[in-house]
Design a binder for this molecule. Structure first.
Ligand SMILES: CC(C)(COP(=O)(O)OP(=O)(O)OC[C@H]1O[C@@H](n2cnc3c(N)ncnc32)[C@H](O)[C@@H]1OP(=O)(O)O)[C@@H](O)C(=O)NCCC(=O)NCCS
Length: 230
């Protein structure tokens, strides 16, 4: 099955569809209403729309006919790991931040994350979530905040595929002895991107043909579609 990953500005996604709110379930619309800042509400709606566009493309289906469900493992509330009623076998993931969104759909476990650089201080998070090798690597990059978000978004994507938790982020070393960002970690590979003030990443299972460490390019050649929407 094709894997589709899309990312962009919330406003670009929302202007791309006729009636974004009509695509959402009543539960999703109720959750959207809770956001105080319009930009955050827009990003929530845009992410929930964008995942339907990704899933529709992966399935060859109508995005308006797809129903998102979420049920929290901890409290039973309508949030947490998402799936689609019409295609429970399809993995879906999305992420929203002030003004930016990303979403993904595909056949294997998939996790996506996007974060914004502006007006944030990452000093404390950096210390709590990076390994010594990652701290050294990020410290030597020209844009240290962007380098931190590269690692952070990869780790959040790994949380969404169930390989890490917020408390265990510092246990995954995505740099390693060679002092360079690794391409793969524990059976997953990463698709990274950056645009405007946003940095994002998607974690996808390593294709069997790549498991030996040779990058076959299979996903990027045919099976994976990585699309910038902005
Ligand atoms: C998953 C998590 C890392 C998301 O991080 P975030 O940067 O705050 O938010 P993002 O916009 O990137 O991602 C949010 C999306 O992640 C997804 N998500 C949430 N929990 C998830 C999980 N356990 N597994 C996979 N995906 C999950 C949802 O699709 C969510 O979208 P929504 O907010 O529109 O419902 C964070 O929510 C987390 O660690 N949650 C676990 C703890 C928790 O939520 N407990 C709730 C107890 S009531």
């Amino acid at each position: 099955m094709k894997t589709v990953v899309r990312y962009g500005r919330s406003t670009a996604v929302l202007t791309d569809v006729d009636d974004p709110l009509a695509m959402l379930t009543p539960t999703e619309r109720e959750r959207a209403d809770v956001f105080r800042l319009p930009a955050d509400r827009e990003a929530f709606v845009a992410a929930h729309v964008l995942v339907r566009l990704c899933a529709a493309e992966a399935l060859g289906a109508d995005p308006g006919g797809l129903t998102v469900v979420q049920r929290c493992d901890s409290c039973g509330g309508p949030h947490g790991k998402p799936s689609l009623v019409e295609a429970p076998e399809l993995s879906v993931s999305w992420s929203h931040t002030h003004g930016g969104v990303a979403a993904a759909a595909g056949g294997g476990p998939i996790g996506v994350d996007i974060e914004g650089l502006r007006g944030r201080d990452f000093a404390l998070l950096r210390k709590k979530t990076l390994t010594p090798a990652e701290l050294r690597w990020a410290g030597e990059e020209p844009d240290q905040d962007a380098a931190f978000l590269r690692l952070w978004t990869r780790k959040e994507a790994l949380i969404k595929v169930g390989r890490l938790s917020l408390g265990s982020m510092a246990r995954a070393d995505l740099v390693g002895d060679a002092g360079r960002l690794v391409a793969r970690w524990d059976g997953f590979r990463f698709e990274d991107w950056a645009f405007d003030e946003f940095v994002g990443s998607c974690a996808l299972p390593v294709h069997p043909a790549e498991a030996g460490g040779v990058d076959s390019g299979l996903e990027s050649a045919g099976g994976l579609e990585l699309v910038a929407e902005f």
